[in-house]
Design a protein around this ligand. Structure first.
Ligand SMILES: [Ca+2]
Length: 146
């Protein structure tokens, strides 16, 4: 039996590509900002999560799967159908910023550079600075000087 206190310090982050997701157990998110990066290589299926620059064990997820172009990215929502059927109780409450997406797997060093604030080429699928955000519900957009 696992003691109850064990559950208090473990938190799950998951990544989904049509159907079953891949889950990573990580320390619980706290009041301080956390840097998260998820990598997935379609050819090998290698999937890993980086939390504040530290890499998880690699899992194999959807080897050979491909992602079609022209999709949409939803932040802070859990859609039950494509782009819809949202439930306010399942929405993210907190702060999200600097979300970028690349079409290739960044090296561990690049991810550590990102975490430590060094500039690396911005996401080539989308990048936070030039992406048009469309907000729904109670979302505040706050501009911060870097
Ligand atoms: Ca849902």
């Amino acid at each position: 039996m696992i003691p109850k206190s064990f559950y208090k310090c473990v938190f799950r982050l998951s990544f989904y590509l049509s159907g079953e997701g891949v889950l990573f157990s990580v320390p619980q998110l706290g009041a301080l900002q956390t840097h998260l990066c998820f990598t997935w290589d379609s050819e090998s299926g290698a999937a890993a999560l980086f939390m504040d620059g530290k890499k998880s064990l690699t899992k194999i997820y959807k080897k050979g799967h491909t992602v079609r172009p022209g999709g949409k990215v939803l932040l802070g929502q859990d859609p039950d159908v494509y782009l819809g059927d949202f439930d306010a109780k399942q929405s993210f409450v907190g702060e999200i910023k600097d979300v970028n997406m690349w079409d290739s797997v960044l090296s561990d060093f690049m991810i550590q550079d990102l975490y430590s604030g060094k500039k690396i080429p911005q996401g080539n699928i989308f990048d936070w600075e030039t992406t048009q955000l469309k907000m729904n519900g109670e979302v505040e957009l706050i501009h911060q000087e870097l």
